[in-house]
Write a protein that binds this ligand. Structure first.
Ligand SMILES: [Zn+2]
Length: 420
């Protein structure tokens, strides 16, 4: 990290403007990466002790908590009842309001701090660097609306960062053609995007349009489970290596893939636990403004605790991200779409209160709970058109305000495979 380079100056400027310190968090991560497992675990435990004492003292939700064992599993529903109970009275800087973009039907509203944002970005930049990124390199974001917004602040942020955004909202052949031409014209060095969107572009390139990407150094896939098949497609189409990046931002979870193809979980940023069903439970060690301890992320993982990776990094190795298997739609061509897709699709429409997707081998039904005054199918048929572009079924149905199917534990299910 040359402190005089233009790329360094760009990040420094963003830090000054936003009150973050991504550069410091990145330096820390680089220093820690080759420490051994024990040393990193010690930091994880020390940081946890520190934040637990802070949380007990300064937030009403944690006031009688003295140890990890005292903590109940924290679900989104608990936070939603009284989010103010998680805010620290001891934290003096301003908090940033955030909403989860995961697969949940209604997003969780929570707060984050500048420190937590700094560490989140450091984790992402670090994963790009393994793929070949140098500070200041031009990066393409290929994603839905959750990774970028188009207001002035975000546009400026992307400009300073040297990020170019490409929307996957309706990723048809015409869009893909435009994007691949622009990626070359803009001399993009790193592509960062959703696995399924990258795969869709890869299929287009492989089937219809062989093209070289002379400036591209690497691709980082994020936000969705990256299957082996998708990885192979993307690498063949773009002619560079694909690295996986995994995160659950509200839980402080961030993982990067190393040169040896192992996904390392940054455990100095979150304390983690895998329960008997394989669920990842995380405690954010950096966000001291809105405490989220022993948080049920909804993601399933398999850890490979004994794996000492030959890359030399001591961060624990994730053997597999299973994702949310119950939140996946499979169409009649075996194409898989994560529920996050629907969340992004419906998020911008305030009249949609909740959704549930039901499907079997031949048909898919989109059930929407909408405001009574808006309950006309014409208003929502555009969503059906978008879904038709992405998923292949014999029959597509749209139902407004019909009762949802409920599971035994009465928890709302966003996706139901009625044939299973
Ligand atoms: Zn490694």
């Amino acid at each position: 990290m040359k402190e005089t380079s233009l790329g360094y100056m760009r990040l420094k400027f963003i830090d000054l403007m936003r009150g973050t310190d991504m550069l410091k968090a990145l330096r820390e991560l680089k220093k820690q990466q080759y420490w051994n497992r024990e040393r990193l675990k010690k930091i994880e435990d020390e940081r946890f002790e520190e934040i637990l004492i802070d949380a007990a003292k300064s937030s009403s939700h944690y006031q009688n908590i003295a140890s990890y064992q005292d903590l109940n599993i924290l679900t989104k529903d608990v936070i939603k009842i009284s989010p103010e109970n998680f805010i620290s009275t001891n934290y003096s800087s301003s908090l940033t309001l955030k909403a989860t973009s995961g697969s949940t039907g209604s997003p969780l509203i929570y707060y984050t701090t500048r420190e937590a944002l700094s560490y989140m970005w450091a984790g992402i930049i670090f994963s790009w660097q393994i793929a070949g990124y140098a500070l200041g390199d031009k990066v393409a974001f290929i994603s839905g609306t959750s990774l970028f917004k188009n207001d002035f602040k975000h546009v400026l942020f992307h400009k300073l960062f040297n990020i170019k955004t490409y929307s996957t909202f309706s990723l048809n052949d015409e869009d893909i053609e435009k994007y691949i031409i622009d990626i070359n014209k803009s001399k993009i060095k790193i592509i960062y995007g959703y696995a399924t969107a990258l795969n869709k572009m890869a299929e287009y390139i492989l089937e219809k349009r062989k093209i070289d990407f002379p400036t591209l150094k690497g691709i980082v896939s994020s936000a969705e489970v990256l299957t082996d098949e998708h990885r192979k497609n993307i690498e063949n189409a773009f002619g560079v290596k694909v690295y996986n990046q995994y995160g659950c931002n509200e839980g402080g979870v961030s993982a990067f893939e190393c040169e040896e193809n192992h996904l390392h979980l940054i455990n100095t940023k979150c304390k983690y636990e895998i329960d008997s069903d394989g669920n990842l439970i995380a405690s954010d060690l950096i966000n001291k403004g809105f405490f989220m301890l022993r948080y049920f992320t909804g993601d399933k993982l398999i850890m490979d605790e004994n794996n000492i990776c030959s890359c030399g990094r001591g961060f624990p190795v994730i053997e597999k991200v299973i994702g949310r298997s119950y939140d996946i739609v499979i169409d009649n061509k075996n194409k898989i779409l994560h529920a996050a897709f629907f969340n992004i699709l419906f998020k911008e429409d305030p009249s949609i209160r909740q959704f549930q997707i039901q499907f079997d081998k031949s048909k898919i039904s989109i059930n929407l709970k909408v405001d009574e005054g808006c309950a006309k199918s014409e208003r929502y048929s555009k969503y059906l058109d978008i879904i038709k572009q992405h998923l292949c079924f014999d029959e597509y149905n749209l139902n407004l305000n019909a009762p949802f199917l409920v599971s035994q534990n009465a928890k709302h299910k966003y996706v139901i495979n009625t044939a299973a």
